[in-house]
Design a protein around this ligand. Structure first.
Ligand code: NAD
Length: 354
């Protein structure tokens, strides 16, 4: 059983912890938090040993009735791999700690690419993480773009990608973010930084991106235009994308006309936290003009990187090769929605030994 420590137990960290706990070949040896808030109490309920990310704050946990297993460096020493899910920039500061214990570490998309040896997406470059000690699971948007680009590139070849990213202003709990009543070109400069981030996965890809931020918390939406190397039909592209387990092509007739209904769909189906680990591509939006493909996809920013973190753990430790890892991750989490309206996979997320 591979021992995984999670440093930073917020939006991403708590989901990764549950996803790791659901796998048969790895276990959560502990989570590190800075404060004994509601998420800390949930971690205790779920049975994750709690470590103090800032040792001087350990007494605050005791006052809140939370037993501390140790300080974060003890967690790093105990773990075979650490998943750093701290806020952007903190991961880079933590790298020294992981190096001191010779513990391989995964970082998240908020860190810059030069903090790590390899930027990672399970579908596109799983094997690149094999010899790495420091791996960055790319951001929610870059993950969403990479999952679509990889099969298109393999099947048809890609000449150029143009993407407009309509981004949620903040996550549901981020009540200090915005805009509240505005539509922001963000960044105003074109192209946005998202294209270069995708190039950390596809080094030679020609891609330009533009970004906006809108008053929403649920999901991002991408308007994608891909110039392919060959002429194809929309039906052929749709069939290709439907073969990918981490892409959900929303069938016509589902009545899902926006991300609000997508989230309702996930909640109604009993998805934990209403998570949508898959890219959600509107089937009716898939259109082809000459060699130009167009589509709309929605990306659940809080959860699409979660299966990728599980696969990255297997990639850096050599536990399983790409296909076996992705299948196991998806099976244990319940990732995958077929075209059948009742097509959610079994909802599995629970401790592997339950
Ligand atoms: P978050 O703020 O929800 O969670 C971060 C957690 O780390 C919080 O619980 C915070 O208290 C804790 N923390 C702060 N300083 C710490 C320290 N020194 N040691 C340990 N823990 C510390 O943030 P998040 O949204 O989970 O983002 C984490 C990373 O994931 C960032 O790099 C972010 O860019 C990336 N990411 C976020 C999203 C998203 O939509 N939320 C999507 C993909 C990637």
């Amino acid at each position: 059983m591979l021992k995984v420590g999670i440093n930073g137990y917020g939006t991403i960290g708590k989901r990764v912890a549950d996803a790791v706990a659901a796998q048969p070949d790895m276990t959560v040896v502990g989570v590190a938090k800075t404060q004994p808030n509601y998420e800390a109490h949930t971690a205790v309920q779920r049975g994750y040993p709690m470590y103090a990310a800032i040792p001087e704050r350990a007494p605050l946990f005791a006052e809140a009735g939370i037993e501390i297993a140790g300080a974060v460096d003890e967690l790093v020493a105990e773990a075979d791999v650490v998943v750093d899910a701290t806020p952007s920039g903190i991961g880079a500061e933590n790298r020294e700690l992981y190096e001191a214990h010779d513990t391989p570490a995964l970082f998240q998309g908020g860190e810059s690419a030069d903090v790590v040896d390899v930027s990672f997406n399970a579908r596109a470059n799983f094997d690149a993480a094999g010899d790495a000690d420091h791996v960055r699971v790319v951001s929610c948007n870059t993950t969403g773009l990479s999952r679509v680009i990889a099969p298109l590139q393999e099947e048809y070849g890609v000449e150029k990608v143009r993407a407009t990213l309509v981004r949620r202003g903040g996550d549901p709990g981020q009540n200090t973010r915005g805009p509240i009543n505005d539509i922001l070109p963000n960044p105003i400069s074109v192209p946005s930084h998202h294209g270069p981030d995708v190039q950390t996965i596809f080094a030679d890809l020609d891609i330009d991106t533009m970004g906006l931020k809108v008053p929403a918390t649920l999901m991002h939406v991408h308007a994608l235009n891909v110039t392919l190397d060959e002429r194809v039909t929309a039906a052929h592209v749709q069939a290709l994308l439907e073969e990918e387990n981490r892409l959900y092509v929303i069938p016509a007739g589902m009545g899902i006309d926006g991300v609000g209904k997508l989230k309702n769909f996930a909640l109604d189906a009993g998805r934990p936290r209403g998570d949508l680990w898959e890219n959600c591509i509107w089937g009716e939006s898939i259109a082809v003009r000459g060699r130009d493909l167009y589509l709309f996809q929605a990306i659940h920013q809080e959860s699409d990187v979660v299966p990728e973190n599980v696969d990255a753990i297997r990639a850096v430790t050599g536990l399983e090769p790409q296909d076996a890892s992705m299948r196991l991750t998806d099976d244990r989490l319940g990732v995958g929605i077929s075209g059948d309206p009742a097509g959610f996979s079994d909802q599995r997320v629970s401790h592997a030994d339950d």
